[in-house]
Design a binder for this molecule. Sequence first.
Ligand SMILES: Cc1cc2nc3c(=O)[nH]c(=O)nc-3n(C[C@H](O)[C@H](O)[C@H](O)COP(=O)(O)OP(=O)(O)OC[C@H]3O[C@@H](n4cnc5c(N)ncnc54)[C@H](O)[C@@H]3O)c2cc1C
Length: 307
Amino acid sequence: MTRRNPTLWSTPSTLCCVPIAHPQSIEQLTALLRDEPKTVLLAGGTDLMVALNHGSQRIGPDELIVSLKEVSELSIIEVDHEQRLLRIGAGVSWDELLGAPVDALAPCLTQAARTVGSHQIRTSGTIGGNIATASPAGDGVCALVALNAVAVLTSPAGQRRVAVEHVATGPKRSVLANDEFIESIEMPIIDGWQGYSKIGTRNAMVISVAGVAAVLSANSNSCRIALGSVGPTVMLAEDASSIAGDSIDWSNFEISADSLEHIGELVQQAASPIDDHRSTAAYRSHSVGVLARRLIERGVEEMRNSK
Ligand SMILES: Cc1cc2nc3c(=O)[nH]c(=O)nc-3n(C[C@H](O)[C@H](O)[C@H](O)COP(=O)(O)OP(=O)(O)OC[C@H]3O[C@@H](n4cnc5c(N)ncnc54)[C@H](O)[C@@H]3O)c2cc1C
């Protein structure tokens, strides 16, 4: 095993006898991932600690937990006016997504953040953790897919950009390599309308039974509809998105009842849900169709009213 560099351990600590490193910068984090053969990244811990407590994930004595909390670059929220991009560090918490500038520039992400867990979960949990955990029910992921966001992945080998919808490859599986981490998420600033809706068994502290994010872009007269909890990963409903973009009258901001019905049907066809302890497949399919139809209808109406 490579010798550990003590300078990267600002405040060495342990978790059940497993050492925890606290890198302070991307440079230190990347060096750790290069030098340490077995690492487990820890952000807010709201998924990881649950998995460890339940025993669905174990950390061996030769593994090193790497806390991301003190890596300052992971906490950025930046607006690039020239490129019309919003850049959010992977370590930004749900709570931090509730305020400016995210609420104005990516309101469907703020709406998704507002639905997550409880105040404690929103304070600790991060957007990067939501993507990396690769749950089909990730509320933040659903909003980011509709926003056409890109994850910036960094490793000792360099950097690559992957569309958020392609980061997860299945439940709890992702394209992330062992020595790779999500540094930030970039999304275009879109003029138009966006919204997020979720169905759960109650109003708070609930993983979604079905979730839909819709982004209506007046820049490109197009639409993106993302679906959560109705397949192995969060997915883009491609046909429904394309028909929605074509059906909206972008001059007068109108859409026919028939088109809305058709969009709902296409969304249902895109879904491939399962029965589980939270819901039935049939209810999930029905729900995403209704949620998508209502979101598009509301979006078009609100754009018309604010003309
Ligand atoms: C009670 C409760 C309620 C919840 N409610 C919701 C909800 O309503 N909606 C929802 O979507 N989620 C919910 N969650 C799940 C969880 O809060 C989110 O997925 C959260 O965003 C995970 O972020 P974290 O920082 O806590 O990740 P962690 O638990 O620290 O990490 C999760 C995984 O991601 C990896 N990881 C973390 N950061 C990075 C990174 N930057 N790069 C690469 N890998 C990384 C870790 O190694 C780990 O495998 C809930 C969880 C609990 C316990």
